[in-house]
Design a protein around this ligand. Structure first.
Ligand SMILES: CC(C)(COP(=O)(O)OP(=O)(O)OC[C@H]1O[C@@H](n2cnc3c(N)ncnc32)[C@H](O)[C@@H]1OP(=O)(O)O)[C@@H](O)C(=O)NCCC(=O)NCCS
Length: 161
């Protein structure tokens, strides 16, 4: 398995993988929005036998914080360390540019959903902490859990706004 930054077809890769994950992504408009955004954002892909089996797209917010806009690994290759490898590559990319925090928004545990429970376990196992629930940022049927990971521990740095 190889992780590399994608420089073209980012939207297509995003759309193909999200369509292959209907247990997590059902709303066509959201898939299209993620794909449109991915076109312009730093995106990493995991390749196996020259086939892309996972991806992660980063949204840059400030000089210190970036967000996982969206990520996904096709079901047959989940739980093989690909998500973790995508995260590690993204964190390395961000640390080199001086970023301190990586955030992600995912479905809150206040809605029972076994698939997103797995997603949260992935983030928790990989150093993310739950910060706050936003009940209506998406819509009232999809409360959002905001999570953060410190990706650079140097406490003496200060960053301009
Ligand atoms: C979440 C996702 C990206 C994780 O990728 P992955 O390649 O399956 O995860 P990894 O194999 O790298 O997991 C790394 C560690 O995270 C934890 N983890 C991952 N999946 C888990 C699960 N289903 N249950 C419990 N822990 C889990 C484990 O500690 C795992 O290490 P281990 O297998 O040695 O125990 C992937 O499962 C996925 O695409 N899910 C559907 C889409 C999604 O939820 N995207 C995020 C939207 S916000």
């Amino acid at each position: 398995m190889k992780i590399e930054e994608l420089l073209e077809d980012k939207g297509l890769v995003c759309s193909n993988i999200l369509h292959a994950l209907p247990e997590w992504f059902q709303i066509e408009k959201s898939i299209q929005d993620y794909a449109l955004q991915a076109e312009k954002l730093p995106t990493f892909a995991a390749k196996m036998d020259n086939k892309i089996v996972g991806f992660l797209t980063l949204k840059i917010h400030t000089s210190s914080a970036a967000e996982i806009s969206v990520m996904g690994v096709v079901k047959e290759h989940q739980r093989k360390g690909i998500g973790k490898a995508l995260l590690e590559k993204s964190e390395e990319y961000l640390r080199k540019k001086g970023f301190k925090f990586l955030t992600v928004k995912t479905l809150s545990p206040s809605i029972e959903d076994e698939n997103y429970a797995k997603t949260r376990r992935f983030y928790q196992a990989n150093g993310f902490f739950p910060l706050e629930e936003f009940k209506t940022i998406w819509d009232e049927n999809n409360p959002c859990l905001y999570m953060v990971k410190i990706i650079d521990q140097n406490e003496n740095d200060s960053h301009p706004l």
